[in-house]
Design a protein around this ligand. Structure first.
Ligand SMILES: Nc1ncnc2c1ncn2[C@@H]1O[C@H](COP(=O)(O)OP(=O)(O)OP(=O)(O)O)[C@@H](O)[C@H]1O
Ligand SMILES: CC(C)(CO)[C@@H](O)C(=O)NCCC(=O)O
Length: 268
């Protein structure tokens, strides 16, 4: 299918993408369970019941809620599920793997977050054919996912996102406040007060973790890998220079939504 709207149900927010001319042209973000916001968005994008929707997400109850709402308004949302990326779907006619040219080889493919697979699929699609790719998402959680040049997703890493780090410092200490996250590349070498010290620590936890893991991945790649970054707090990486030699580094706020658009090609 070729969707008109793609939807990513994340742990903090729901993102809609309006697809035109073979790409995600516009994005709108909502809180969970926001039928007023959703209803207001429909006319802004001229969405009539003939619109085709592809929906993916990592919060099953919220995916169901949105799909029920869409159905009640006459839409027929199609779900993007992990099965699309399983390794056992050999196409006899093509004499090759599935039409997406992308499979995951993680231990339990049904358990992995669909958003991670979608980010990895979009990163694979954007990277040059002979280069491996990394998808980096900085949201509620931070995820890294690694893809070989032939479209094999081998696995990745998961760590708390910046807001979770800030919250946990407040929740599990007596003296630390919860700071507001300002996702920009830090320029300071130290923080001269508590808030600045926490902000600097979190920024470097985010940057340093990604930099180390991308270094390790690059060290085993035949050619410098490409890195594609997305997520609500991806701003930390604007202007960041990775230690590893990269083919390229691209910040793309639409990465997950575009992964849904690409994955939908495998649906009837
Ligand atoms: N308008 C906004 N509303 C809420 N959070 C925002 C907004 N803009 C940026 N953010 C930041 O984005 C983070 C959430 O990122 P994002 O929306 O990518 O996560 P998500 O919905 O949980 O998706 P995922 O589950 O894929 O991480 C929040 O923790 C917050 O710091
Ligand atoms: C890691 C998150 C929370 C990132 O959104 C999501 O991809 C998820 O719920 N994953 C399930 C476990 C896994 O990906 O291995």
């Amino acid at each position: 299918m070729t969707p008109d709207v793609v939807v990513d149900v994340g742990n903090s927010r729901i993102k809609w993408g309006w697809c035109r001319d073979g790409r995600v042209a516009e994005m709108a973000a909502f809180v969970h369970d926001d039928p007023v916001g959703w209803k207001r968005q429909l006319p802004l994008w001229n969405l009539t019941p003939s619109a085709r929707w592809a929906v993916a997400g990592v919060v099953p109850a919220e995916v169901r809620r949105l799909c029920d709402w869409l159905s009640s308004r006459g839409f027929e949302p199609q779900l993007i599920t992990n099965e699309l990326f399983f390794d056992d779907d050999w196409d006899e006619e093509l004499d090759g793997p599935r039409s997406l040219g992308f499979v995951t080889r993680v231990d339990e493919p049904a358990r992995i977050g669909t958003d991670r697979l979608l980010n990895a699929l979009a990163a694979r699609d954007r990277a040059p054919d002979t280069c491996s790719a990394v998808a980096l998402s900085v949201g509620t959680a931070i995820t890294l996912d690694f893809v070989e040049p032939d479209g094999t997703h081998v696995g990745g890493a998961i760590l708390p996102g910046p807001r979770l780090m800030a919250k946990s410092l407040r929740d599990y200490t007596a003296k630390l406040p919860e700071i507001a996250i300002n996702p920009v590349l830090p320029t300071a070498v130290w923080g001269a007060n508590t808030e600045d010290a926490i902000a600097l620590g979190i920024a470097n936890a985010v940057l340093g973790a990604a930099d180390q893991m991308i270094w390790d991945w690059a060290a085993r790649c035949a050619k410098p890998p490409w890195v594609f970054a997305t997520g609500g707090d991806v701003g930390y990486f604007r202007g960041f220079v990775f230690t590893a030699d990269l083919g390229g580094f691209v910040i793309d706020p639409h990465l997950t939504l575009d992964g849904i658009r690409l994955a939908a090609r495998a649906l009837p």
